[in-house]
Structure formats: structure tokens, C-alpha cells
Design a protein around this ligand. Structure first.
Ligand code: C2O
Ligand code: CU
Ligand code: CU
Length: 494
């Protein structure tokens, strides 16, 4: 069960458990269970009414090891909800947990009142009814809890689901779209498991600083699963739903694949890749060709994103690479799609010279401004201990950090110190103008709501939805421990 432990204070900067977790143990304990495919709810076929119940269930991350878990109308994770563009979808959410939560629609461009951030709290036992106006290009988005200071723990406990927005364009392009056959959602996460197979969430100060990373990768809630796919093109909707781990995905035989969409929808043309970095909060849709009929492993490289500082290096929770899951060919399934389209969508780029403001956001690790100054665990520190900040200020739900004007665009410059941070903005999809001083690579030239900032990024952010003072939009680091520890701000739009 998820019990909140009191986090050890500043004296325990190095915890023993951190030193022992250097490699992924997933395939040491091969489970070879079939890939779980979440239930698909097509909102339109349901008269645009969807009900979700948040509650405790029983789930086996590893076969035979049933443990308590949390999910949205599911033992763990939630259904994949398909939303049609230009429809209004009435969602009713019942919180059957014994603690408050919120449901945030990450990637949907909708007004602040419906966004599900920390200001949309659903008390224990209560219901939240929200009507989502779906008006954006076809994409893969997701939903997850966003309660004040408890996002990390609630997501880790199992709460996350995938959203698909459809506008007919993928169908016109002839992309794979048989759900569960050649169109698979893959929710990538990592966990520490105890001997009974239950996830452990006990972050110490070091984990808050680096982000909590487990030694075992799970896909759709299963350790080392196997997907059986047709011998043709298969579309994977990749979601990094991990608290902190960055996946560097590639195939064991080195085969290339094509990225066709990023967070906010399709790229202009498919981008051929051999590896793909996906940071917490990000989504990519990729096409893999299985026509050669051979079995292959999806693997990840090591995640080296830890605070770069001499005194920490020895104890940093650096995690090695390893296998994620296996793909096997099922000859009984027909390959519906066999060729990658040449062109996907026209992407008229917004004119950056029309930006009405330029703002800077410095993602400060507490290490520099805090601990080094001897106050990281003192005043201004979050309830997790170390305080994380943006422009030197930890999150304050009563403070509006930025005021924007509806219908305008701004250039935001984000700087990261000490380690890379995946910067996420609610209520919009933006364009990356530059990444560490360079033009971003092709697969990062589409619409995004989350960008991994290693050193600095410039993004062009359009404001197309309103957010009033009592329901502002958030912007934050999507390493969930950083978010909860204060690396978050809020903006309004009118
Ligand atoms: Cu995916 Cu503010 O979150
Ligand atoms: Cu979001
Ligand atoms: Cu961060």
C-alpha cells in the first residue's frame, strides 16, 4: 500500500538504496506476460458522455503477484479515451479514494476552469463534472492527477490514462488505426518493487533532487510484456508517464522507425530515427515496420539526467539502460498498412515576429540557490524538504506569475541549471524555436506542450484559451518530484 513516509531530513543526503540501484532488473525477472491493452472508450459512440471512477484496485505488475493499485475505472492506469474534434464531451469523475485529487487533461487546449490543475480539487468521495470542448488537431494526449504537492505519489500509485483526439486526418492519410492490433498505446513508466511485487514510493531528499527513478520498467502496467503484432506497419503511441526517467528508445536489432507525431499532433513529414529520447510528459507516435517477420526488443539507453555536481555524483541515482518490452509477429493478423506516407500535414509556422512579449524562466535546482546557501530545507522549502524554484521562487498557488492576452503569442526562454528539466505548459501547444542554441531536430519541430531543456530553449507560445485568476494554467517541470517540490508557476489569460 502507499503509505506516506516522513521524508528524511538533510542529514541523510545519501541513502543506501540509491547506491544499489544502478541497473534495470526488469529482464532479470522476465515475465513475458502479454502487453495489457487498456479498454478503449470512444466518447462520440457514447453520446459524448464519459464516466470515470478513481479508486483502489488489485493489479499484478508481474504475473502472479497481485497487489493493491489505483486506476481510473481500471485496476491500474485507465481507459484510452477517444475524443472527436469539434465535439463537447461531458466527463463525470468520481473520487473514491480517501484523499483529494484532480484530473488534468495534459495536452488538451481547453479553458483554465476545465484544465484539472491544482485548483480543480476533487475532495475524497466527491464528483467533478466537466464539459470538455475538443477543438485541436488529431493527437495523443493524456490525463493524470495534479493535486498540490501529491502529483508524484498519485501518478506513481497507478493513476494515468491516454487520450486520443481524432479529426479524421490519420484515417485520410491511411495510418494504422486498428486499436490494439496495429495501433498500440504504450505507457512507459518505472517502479521499485518490493518482494511481494508492490511498488515502493519512498523518495528521500536525493530522489527529490534528481527525480524518483525505479529499477524496473513497466509498459501499460506490466513488467517486460510481449506484444503480438501483424507483419506490417505498427503505430505506437508512446507516452512517458514516468515520474522522472528519460527513455532513450531504440530496437535491439538497430532498425530504424519513423516518428509521425509529437505532443500536439502530426509532424509535417515522417522523420526516420534510430533512437528517440522521450522525457516525462512527452508523447510521440511512431511507425515501426515488422514486415521482416522477426522478433525484436524495444530497449532504452541509460538515463544520465542527474544533478551534475561533484559531491553528488557518487551517490546519484543514475539508472542504466535495458530492455523495455518485446514484439513478436502474429502471422494470423493481417498487415493493414505497409508503407509510410511521404507527407503528413501542412504546418504553417506562426510568425515569431508577432510575439508580444519575451519572458525568461530559470529552472533552478535547489542545490545552487538552496542547499549551497544553507537554506534548501528551511524557509520556502516544500513539504518534501528541498524547495525547487522557477526564477528563484517556489510554487505559490496564491501568486499569479504571468499574465497573458488571449489571441497573442509570446517567446519564452527557459534555462536549466544542474540537470535537464522537461518544461511543460498547460493550455497551449507551442513551437520550439531553438534548443541549446540550435534549430531543433526535425522530430522536435511539431507542436509540443513539453520540451526537455538540457541547457536552454526558446519556445513560441500561442494563447488561445482563457484562464481566470481562480483557475490559472500551470507551467512546470514534468519531473514530478520537482513539480511537487515547487518547480511550477501559474499564468492567466484573458
Ligand atoms: Cu502532465 Cu501539469 O501536467
Ligand atoms: Cu499539462
Ligand atoms: Cu525538473
Amino acid at each position: 500500500m502507499f503509505t506516506r513516509r516522513h521524508f528524511v531530513a538533510a542529514t541523510a543526503l545519501t541513502s543506501v538504496s540509491l547506491l544499489t540501484r544502478s541497473n534495470i532488473s526488469a529482464y532479470a525477472a522476465r515475465s513475458e506476460a502479454p502487453l495489457p491493452i487498456p479498454q478503449l472508450i470512444d466518447a462520440k459512440a457514447n453520446a459524448n458522455a464519459v464516466s470515470l471512477t478513481i479508486g483502489q484496485g488489485v493489479h499484478a505488475y508481474r504475473p502472479g503477484q497481485s497487489v493493491p493499485s489505483f486506476g481510473y475505472s481500471a485496476p491500474v492506469l485507465g481507459p484510452v479515451i477517444r475524443l472527436a474534434r469539434d465535439e463537447r464531451v461531458d466527463v463525470t469523475i468520481e473520487n473514491k479514494m480517501s484523499r483529494p485529487t484532480t484530473v488534468h487533461w495534459h495536452g488538451l487546449v481547453i479553458p483554465g476552469e476545465m484544465d484539472g490543475g491544482p485548483h480543480n480539487s476533487i475532495p475524497a468521495g466527491d464528483r467533478w463534472k466537466v464539459s470538455l470542448p475538443v477543438d485541436q488537431p488529431e493527437c495523443t494526449a493524456w490525463f493524470h492527477p495534479h493535486p498540490h504537492e501529491e502529483t508524484a505519489e498519485q501518478v506513481y500509485s497507478g493513476l494515468a490514462g491516454v487520450l486520443i483526439v481524432e479529426d479524421g486526418s490519420g484515417e485520410r492519410m491511411g495510418l494504422p488505426r486498428s486499436y490494439g492490433v496495429d495501433d498500440l498505446p504504450l505507457v512507459l513508466q518505472d517502479r521499485f518493487f518490493d518482494r511481494r511485487g508492490a511498488p515502493i514510493y519512498q523518495p528521500g531528499p536525493m530522489d527529490i533532487m534528481a527525480g524518483y527513478r525505479g529499477d524496473t520498467i513497466i509498459v501499460n502496467g506490466a513488467v517486460a510484456p510481449i506484444a503480438r503484432v501483424p507483419a506490417g506497419l505498427v503505430r505506437l503511441r508512446l507516452l512517458n508517464g514516468a515520474n522522472a526517467r528519460i527513455f532513450d528508445l531504440r530496437f535491439s536489432d538497430g532498425r530504424s522507425f519513423h516518428a509521425i507525431a509529437s505532443d500536439g499532433g502530426y509532424l509535417a513529414t515522417p522523420v526516420r530515427l534510430r533512437n528517440l529520447l522521450i522525457a516525462p510528459g512527452e508523447r510521440y507516435e511512431v511507425l515501426i515496420d515488422f514486415a521482416d517477420g522477426s522478433e525484436v526488443m524495444l530497449e532504452t539507453g541509460a538515463d544520465q539526467n542527474v544533478p551534475m555536481m561533484g559531491m553528488m555524483r557518487g551517490a546519484a541515482p543514475f539508472v542504466g539502460g535495458g530492455s523495455v518490452m518485446k514484439f513478436q509477429i502474429d502471422p494470423s493478423q493481417r498487415a493493414a498498412v505497409t508503407s509510410v506516407p511521404k507527407h503528413l500535414v501542412d504546418m504553417p509556422l506562426p510568425d515569431r515576429s508577432k510575439a508580444v512579449a519575451r519572458r525568461q524562466f530559470l529552472l533552478n535546482d535547489m542545490i545552487m540557490g538552496g542547499m549551497m546557501g544553507g537554506m534548501g530545507f528551511g524557509r520556502g522549502a516544500g513539504r518534501f524538504g528541498p524547495a525547487m524554484t522557477i526564477n528563484g521562487q517556489p510554487f505559490d498557488s496564491d501568486r499569479i506569475d504571468v499574465e497573458t492576452k488571449l489571441g497573442t503569442m509570446e517567446v519564452w526562454e527557459i534555462g536549466s541549471q544542474m540537470m535537464a528539466h522537461p518544461f511543460h505548459v498547460h493550455g497551449t501547444q507551442f513551437q520550439i524555436l531553438s534548443l541549446n542554441g540550435q534549430v531543433p531536430p526535425l522530430h522536435l519541430q511539431g507542436w509540443k506542450d513539453t520540451v526537455l531543456v538540457a541547457r536552454e530553449a526558446q519556445i513560441l507560445v500561442p494563447f488561445k484559451q482563457t484562464a481566470p485568476r481562480d483557475h490559472p494554467f500551470m507551467f512546470h517541470c514534468h519531473i514530478l518530484e520537482h513539480e511537487d517540490a515547487g518547480m511550477m508557476g501559474q499564468y492567466i489569460c484573458s
